[in-house]
Design a protein around this ligand. Structure first.
Ligand code: HEM
Length: 528
């Protein structure tokens, strides 16, 4: 149960013996020092009625930027304050590891960058970062647009078929765009990371099924109450765990084969070209080519496959959801696309001119951050800084404390954003003072000169779409460009509407925020 304790009064509201015993246990676990922290009140029903991150928002409004959430004997600290988030993610980053998240992901990603312990992470991050340099990204824009084109051609074909069968000229099709974007993002990550064509926009294969199965299991593990999968016989007894093991084997065999192939077919000239960052006339510019000599490569390929797939698909899904409710914004976006691209495909140079589309992508990430929560655990006793309310001293948290940084709360905080619940892509062009909040620098686009997309520096950690500090997402620019290309190419050809009312789209969340029954949309050929 979620323990009930009032925020500002000293008396716990709970009166039964079990609750009091659980209070005592929590305080023992946390050394008692979380005791002065506001504690979320709630009922278990809050957890089942809606996704956890939405309940965390309600409690944020009630208890402020740092509060404690207790599940029976277990307590989490929830942070919705940019000053405290900046401390945890950047200023004191190495005092935390990924805690629960690493426990969930380790069986899938091994020692890949996301779950990696600090020593492993330092070596790997240093090796992988150079692979994502600007010239690689430039070369990948072609992959983004080729894959997006396949999705567009498939939709056009469906439209034509419908026109032929109905005998009507000007018709529309209904598509679950969440599923379409998921296939698209999988194809893109396959080609650009390991030069493997999943071809999932047009077909199904055992590897694709295994990738979805693995994602599904990661999601299950992140939302299940106790880690029964750590009990070894569960691997054989529980059918879904058996399936998970076999899915993992399919993907790992595929990745091992690709690594082997990359080693055998390596050409010294290619390697030299990559090292000199010369992408001209390279047949295979994938990250795998660049990283083929790295130890433990398979874990990192798996990590990038999982990390770069659902997240990007989710950004596109929610961008469409938001746009579909705002036809004027669709028209504005299309006017920009027509002016910059005409009928052509986006290029690296033209992306720079698609300013409004880029802002739509980041504004969608503000309203629907993927993932909505970042997870950390203290490696030693810590003192958090005072937050935006001007507290001089923050809370003391003992070693082993689990922390949620609620990116969703930060992104919709009324303390840092005007009209926080509204979809206003242009907001990122405006400078905003710090509202008199000591320790928060306000919002200033000029703080990150040359950045194509607004980032956490511009908003001094009130905007964290890719995290921040040393463990910030390594694929941020890749994902933003990919989303910009895909969205521009969709709107270049189609008008999009939701199939039902926006309220009928139900949120569910695992690692990312999904639409429970898909994002069903109507696609019509554009009326120019
Ligand atoms: C880390 C978001 C796309 C690879 C992260 C983190 C966030 C994030 C918030 C930080 C996690 C934390 O601090 O706990 C996103 C979003 C994406 C996206 C919203 C799409 C819109 C990608 C892509 C790749 C990727 C395309 C790779 C091709 C990674 C890796 C890390 C990471 C390897 C771990 C970095 C480290 O710990 O050093 N991502 N990501 N992500 N992401 Fe992404």
């Amino acid at each position: 149960s979620i323990r009930c304790q009032s925020t500002n009064t000293k008396e716990p509201k709970s009166s039964n013996i079990l609750d009091n015993a659980s209070n005592l246990f929590t305080n023992l676990l946390s050394g008692g020092s979380l005791g002065s922290m506001p504690t979320a009140e709630g009922a278990v029903s809050d957890l089942f009625g809606k996704p956890l991150f939405l309940s965390l928002y309600d409690w944020f409004m009630e208890h402020g930027g740092v509060y404690k959430l207790a599940f029976g004997p277990k307590a989490f600290v929830v942070i919705s304050d940019p000053i405290v988030a900046r401390h945890v993610l950047r200023e004191n980053a190495f005092s935390y590891d990924k805690g629960v998240l690493a426990e969930i992901l380790e069986p899938i990603m091994g020692k890949g960058l996301i779950p990696a312990d600090l020593d492993t992470w330092k070596l790997r991050r240093r090796a992988i970062t150079p692979a994502f340099h600007a010239l690689y990204l430039e070369a990948m824009v072609k992959v983004f647009s080729d894959c997006s084109e396949k999705m567009i051609l498939k939709s056009e074909k469906l439209l034509r078929e419908k026109e032929v069968s109905s005998g009507e000229g000007d018709t529309e099709i209904e598509l679950d765009l969440e599923a379409e974007f998921s296939s698209l993002a999988l194809d893109i990550i396959g080609l650009s990371v390991f030069n493997y064509d999943f071809g999932s926009v047009t077909k199904e294969s055992p590897v694709i099924k295994a990738v979805y199965g693995t994602l599904f299991e990661a999601e299950h593990r992140s939302t299940f109450y106790f880690p029964y999968w750590n009990f070894p016989p569960a691997r054989w007894i529980v059918p879904r765990q058996r399936k998970f093991q076999s899915d993992l084997k399919i993907i790992n065999d595929c990745l091992d084969g690709l690594i082997q192939n990359a080693k055998e077919t390596r050409q010294e000239t290619d390697v030299e070209k990559l090292q000199q960052r010369d992408y001209s006339n390279l047949k295979d510019a994938s990250l795998l080519r660049f990283l083929v000599d790295m130890r433990g490569l398979r874990d990192d390929l798996m990590t990038m496959l999982i990390a770069g797939h659902e997240t990007t698909a989710a950004v596109l899904t929610w961008a469409v959801y938001l746009l579909a409710q705002s036809p004027a914004k669709i028209r504005k976006a299309q006017a920009e696309i027509d002016a910059v691209l005409g009928d052509g495909a986006p290029t690296y140079e033209s992306l720079k001119k698609l300013e409004y589309i880029r802002l739509i992508v980041v504004e969608s990430l503000r309203l629907y951050p993927q993932p909505p929560l970042l997870i950390r655990r203290t490696l030693k006793p810590e003192t958090l800084p005072g937050g935006y309310k001007g507290e001089k001293e923050g809370h003391k948290v003992p070693k082993g404390t689990d922390i949620f940084i609620s990116v969703y709360n930060l992104h919709r905080s009324p303390y840092f954003w005007d009209n926080p619940q509204e979809f206003e892509p242009e907001r990122f062009l405006r400078k905003k003072e710090s509202n008199g909040i000591e320790g928060w620098a306000g919002f200033d686009p000029s703080r990150s000169p040359g950045a194509l997309y607004p980032n956490e520096i511009i908003a001094d950690f009130a905007f964290l779409p890719f995290g921040g500090g040393p463990r910030k997402c390594i694929g941020d620019q890749f994902a933003l460009m990919e989303s910009t290309v895909a969205l521009a190419m969709l709107l270049q050809k189609f008008d999009v509407e939701l199939r039902g009312p926006p309220e009928s789209v139900e949120l569910v969340s695992g690692a990312t925020i999904h639409a429970k029954n898909g994002m069903w949309c109507k696609l019509k050929r554009r009326s120019k």
